[in-house]
Design a protein around this ligand. Structure first.
Ligand SMILES: *[C@@H]1O[C@H](CO)[C@@H](O)[C@H](O)[C@H]1NC(C)=O
Ligand SMILES: *[C@@H]1O[C@H](CO)[C@@H](O)[C@H](O)[C@H]1NC(C)=O
Ligand SMILES: *[C@@H]1O[C@H](CO)[C@@H](O)[C@H](O)[C@H]1NC(C)=O
Length: 806
């Protein structure tokens, strides 16, 4: 051990230090036959290490002869050889200390010098000294480092160590880092003089500012000249979520037409996040859940705001929505979305009927308000400006009132009887484009006012009834119309009070209140009265009621209900009625006349006379219509003095009624000559009656005479129609008179006829007389018949009436 240490020490100091001790030691080494040389590595081939001959004390000439040479103990590499001539030990092979000894501090090559004859062996130790022939070297050319940007100041990051094959001062002495803003280098030592570097964060990183850095790290050794090696540091700053997303605007404004269709893109929001990867992935969303989310949607990735619901300006005219943008780790920022909705004319005006006086009385004056209308349009501005109109053909108009109110007023008079219902169509149009309109129909009815009196359908009514009618039989019916409504138009008929022949009308007629049917209350007698008038009133049920009156004329028609009655000769039993026929009477002489009357009228009173039985049928004839009995031939002596005739008097009714009379005719010039006659007259028991009759006859004759005078006087005073004839019990048309009647007129033998004429006209001068006259005028010349229709009668009666009123 001690020896080894000693040897080592010797190696270091050999030939460098000239001290005695060392010299002693060296000597010892030499004594032992060992020579030590110290050379630098990597010397050129042929370089001289030392002079063997001199150092070993050998003769130069002897080297060659003794075959001096270098050998190795174990047949390894011969690094050197001997120059025989000079005795120099020269380098034969490259000597690389690092290859031979690596990091050993001492590197010795052992060689032997062999001499022959005699064999001598010398050991040669060649100390190899290091030179700085290697640079520090990193394992790789580049180094990748990933550092969180969130790393704190002072954080250290270990770097690779550089290696230098050299030793001692020639090994790695230190490191240097390229100058930069963020990092500094801290060099640390390990054992055995090894050094390594650490990156120290000097300033906090910001990936968003600088996300990559390339730095050069150098390692240098202590040799001279100094050698160095480098490595490129690729530093990647890893992202930390240190940035919030940022919206491009704090408030986004957009306007949108209402009713925009689904999926319309309203606008696009965008936010950016400076961070990387998931930290920079922005997700958009509504800030909170509300109704707006049903209407708009925000695409989380693209930021498109689209329509997903119904956009109705009238519901909401603007939206203010908070939106957020979040990155992957939840950092968020906010912005506001303002969406103005633009109105379009999508609402038609709506008409509200606020009040209506229905029905409206028909008597309201023009300008009366009957209803109030309100019009509303939910749109805005021009789209809600509304004009109202009403159709033309109704008597109403709209008068604008406050705001959107209109009054519906009448413009004229209403007449329910003309128009009872109005459908008033009100149209409202707004001023949008295109305009929208709507209409409403108001039904208005007109209430009745009792403003119409009942009106009879005819101006007057006439009723015709045959006499002897049954009580209760219907004569006619009247009817009146009233256009008013219900009770205002309900007509009630009644008889107006009045008198007929001194009795109240109600004892003659009755009228059905509802139907206007007029009925006879009793049976009428033509012979009593032929016509009468009543007034019927039609009254409505209104309050106050209105009424009107009409005249109903009732005409009674004759029936053949009276038998002819003979006035002369008097009825049976008075044999006193005997005519004297002069014996000297010629044919055609008027001997007597049958006078009969019939209470009926017209045909019913048109009498005809026939001889139904006679003593001598050829002797007498009777005028068919005059009743005059004439001789047909001259009287002869042979004719019987007493002649008996049975005469029938018939009227012309259907069926006809008749009466018969007997007549006694005496053909004699002197009454006294006829005793039978006296007998005959005395046969009559009642002589008292006879004397009465005589008195009556005389007084009647006197009466007649007086009347004839009066009548004649009257006739002269009055204008009369020349054709009128009224000689006879009834009026007999002249055409119906026998042809010889006029002749008879001239004979002067018509006394009794004239008497009778006067008798009949007494007391009934006016009406009878005129009736007959019209009868003649109108009918007979035309068709030679006596039949007359009811209307003809009516005309006649009207004429009659007119005349009466003169
Ligand atoms: C009014 O309208 C109603 C219902 O549509 C209809 O029945 C009626 O006849 C109309 N009236 C008029 C006067 O047009
Ligand atoms: C009848 O007319 C009166 C006014 O004259 C009126 O008050 C009444 O309502 C009307 N009756 C009917 C049923 O219309
Ligand atoms: C109808 O007659 C009655 C009674 O005479 C009278 O009061 C009324 O005014 C008359 N009406 C008309 C419309 O003439």
């Amino acid at each position: 051990m001690c020896l080894l240490l000693l040897a080592t020490a010797m190696g270091y100091i050999t030939f460098k230090l000239h001290c005695c001790v060392l010299f002693v030691f060296l000597s010892i080494i030499i004594v032992n036959g060992d020579i030590t040389y110290s050379i630098q590595e990597e010397m050129k081939r042929g370089s001289i290490i030392g002079n063997i001959a001199k150092d070993l004390g050998l003769e130069l000439g002897g080297l060659s002869s003794r075959k001096a040479r270098v050998d190795t103990e174990d047949n390894s590499v011969n690094y050197c050889s001997i120059n025989i001539k000079t005795g120099d030990l020269i380098i034969e092979e490259r000597i690389d200390r690092e290859a031979l000894c690596e990091k050993k501090p001492s590197c010795v090559i052992k060689q032997e010098v062999v001499l022959e004859n005699p064999l001598q062996l010398y050991r040669i130790n060649i100390q190899i000294q290091d030179i700085n022939d290697n640079s520090p070297q990193f394992k790789e050319e580049s180094l990748k480092l990933e550092i969180q940007e969130s790393a704190l100041k002072g954080a250290s990051f270990l770097l690779d160590e550089a290696h230098d094959a050299d030793i001692g001062d020639n090994a790695v002495k230190g490191y240097s880092l390229q100058k930069n803003d963020y990092f500094i280098l801290n060099v640390k030592s390990k054992g055995f003089g090894r050094k390594y570097g650490e990156l120290i964060l000097d300033k906090e990183l910001d990936r968003e500012l600088k996300k990559e850095m390339v730095l050069l790290l150098s390692a240098f050794d202590g040799g001279s000249p100094q050698r160095s090696g480098t490595v490129i540091l690729y530093i990647t700053v890893l992202d930390a979520n240190d940035n919030v997303p940022v919206f491009s605007q704090t408030v986004y404004k957009a306007s949108l037409r209402e009713n925009s269709p689904m999926d319309t893109v309203v606008l696009k929001v965008s936010a950016t996040d400076a961070d990387d990867g998931v930290n920079g992935e922005v997700t958009y969303g509504f800030d909170h859940v509300s109704d707006e989310n049903q209407i708009f949607s925000l695409n989380p990735t693209t930021g498109d705001v689209t329509v997903v619901g119904a956009i109705d300006y009238e519901k909401k005219s603007s939206y203010e929505i908070e939106i957020s943008a979040k990155d992957g780790l939840g950092l968020a920022s906010y912005a506001t979305l303002l969406i103005e909705i633009k109105d379009i004319n999508d609402n038609a005006p709506v008409i509200f009927l606020k009040s209506l006086s229905n029905p409206v009385p028909e008597d309201v004056s023009a300008g009366t308000e009957v209803g109030i209308i309100n019009v509303q349009d939910r749109d805005s501005e021009n789209n809600r400006q509304v004009r109202c109109s009403i159709q033309q053909n109704v008597p109403f108009k709209l008068v604008p009132s406050i705001k959107n109110y209109y009054s519906l007023v009448t413009t004229g008079h209403l007449d329910r009887e003309l128009v009872s219902d109005y459908n008033i169509t009100i149209t409202a149009t707004d001023e949008g484009s295109p305009p929208l309109s709507s209409s409403k129909t108001v039904q208005l009815s007109v209430a009745d006012i009792n403003d119409n009196p009942p009106v009879f359908e005819e101006q007057s009514y006439s009723a015709y009834v045959a006499e002897n009618n049954k009580p209760g039989s219907t004569l006619c019916s009247v009817s009146a119309r009233d256009p008013d409504w219900r009770q205002n138009g309900t007509v009630i008929y009644s008889l107006l009070p009045g008198e007929v022949n001194g009795s109240p009308v109600s004892s003659y007629l009755s009228v059905n209140g509802d139907k206007g049917v007029i009925q006879a209350v009793r049976s009428f007698d033509y012979e009593q009265f032929r016509d009468f008038k009543v007034r019927v009133m039609a009254r409505d049920n209104g309050s106050p009621p209105l009424s009107s009156n009409v005249t109903v004329s009732v005409f009674i028609a004759d029936m053949n209900d009276n038998f002819p009655q003979t006035l002369y000769p008097t009825p049976e039993g008075s044999s006193f009625m005997t005519e004297l026929v002069p014996k000297a009477a010629h044919g055609g002489s008027l001997v007597s006349k049958v006078i009969a009357v019939d209470a009926d009228s017209g045909q019913n009173a048109w009498l005809s006379y026939h001889i139904v039985k006679s003593t001598d049928p050829g002797l007498f004839s009777i005028g068919l219509h005059s009743g005059e009995i004439r001789t047909q031939r001259d009287i002869s002596e042979s004719d019987s003095m007493k002649q008996n005739l049975i005469v029938a008097v018939k009227d012309n009714g259907q069926p006809s009624l008749s009466a018969t009379r007997s007549m006694y005719l005496l053909i004699s010039d002197n009454l006294a000559e006829v005793p039978e006659l006296k007998e005959i007259s005395y046969d009559e028991k009642n002589s008292k009656l006879t004397s009465y009759l005589i008195i009556a006859l005389v007084s009647v004759s006197t009466f007649f005479l007086t009347f004839i005078i009066i009548i004649l006087g009257v006739r002269f005073c009055r204008r009369r129609k020349p054709r009128l004839l009224f000689d006879g019990a009834v009026a007999i048309p002249s055409a119906y008179l026998p042809p010889n009647y006029a002749d008879v007129d001239g004979t002067g033998t018509l006394r009794s006829t004239y008497n009778y004429d006067a008798y009949l006209t007494t007391g009934s001068r006016t009406s009878d007389f005129k009736f007959v006259s019209s009868y003649n005028d109108n009918t007979l010349p035309a068709d030679q018949t006596l039949k007359k229709s009811a209307s003809d009668f009516a005309e006649s009666f009207e004429e009659l009436e007119a005349c009466t009123e003169v």
